[in-house]
Design a protein around this ligand. Structure first.
Ligand SMILES: C[S@@+](CC[C@H](N)C(=O)[O-])C[C@H]1O[C@@H](n2cnc3c(N)ncnc32)[C@H](O)[C@@H]1O
Length: 175
């Protein structure tokens, strides 16, 4: 699979975003699944604080990055595969899906059902919109079935001002 450099996965950018997003409290001490993590850099600074952190990514190119991260983080696990075919023998306290929903080749109801089956009661879903309209109905389903705890722009400061990117990060709690 092709891969290009992705600024969102660079060290300083992740630091800046994590400062803006403040999601630490939703993953600390929890069993976390991140879908479509790319290089796995987004929340790497929080891996030591989680109970267990699993990366699910279809692009095998990124495996080398995960193996490198695993040398530092014994609680980091990964699976190469798409969300569509993912079968787990566990459920999760938090699921992270940043800019990935639109890439999933399932209809919105099936995406919601799968999230719901993988997420524990009282668990959190941290989800970021994509810049395309595909699968947006997932957000309607989440609004109807889960409690929306937070909604904020993906970027602040210069990035927000430059209007390069209009994504939103939403945090939902499963009742
Ligand atoms: C736009 S990138 C976002 C990467 C990262 N989450 C971020 O926010 O920087 C989409 C990611 O989802 C992955 N992806 C694509 N199709 C997927 C699928 N069906 N299931 C899970 N992940 C997928 C891509 O390989 C890529 O890593």
């Amino acid at each position: 699979m092709k891969h290009t450099h992705y600024i969102r996965q660079s060290y300083l950018f992740c630091k800046y975003r994590n400062y803006v997003l403040g999601i630490q409290k939703y993953i600390t001490g929890r069993n976390v699944l991140e879908v479509g993590p790319n290089k796995g850099a987004l929340f790497a600074q929080y891996y030591p604080q989680t109970k267990k952190y699993t990366l699910l990514e279809p692009n095998r190119y990124f495996e080398a990055f995960y193996i490198r991260l695993q040398r530092k983080h014994a609680n980091l696990h990964y699976k190469i595969g798409g969300f569509e075919d993912y079968v787990a023998d566990e459920t999760f306290d938090t699921i992270v899906m940043m800019a990935v929903i639109s890439h999933i080749r399932l209809d919105s109801q099936a995406i919601f059902n799968k999230i719901d089956a993988l997420l524990n009661k009282g668990g959190f879903l941290i989800v970021e919109t994509n810049n395309t309209k595909r699968n947006l109905a997932v957000f309607d389903l989440l609004d109807r079935n889960y409690e929306k705890v937070e909604a904020k722009a993906s970027y602040s400061g210069l990035m927000k001002w430059l209007r390069i990117d209009y994504r939103t990060v939403l945090i939902y709690k499963k009742p």
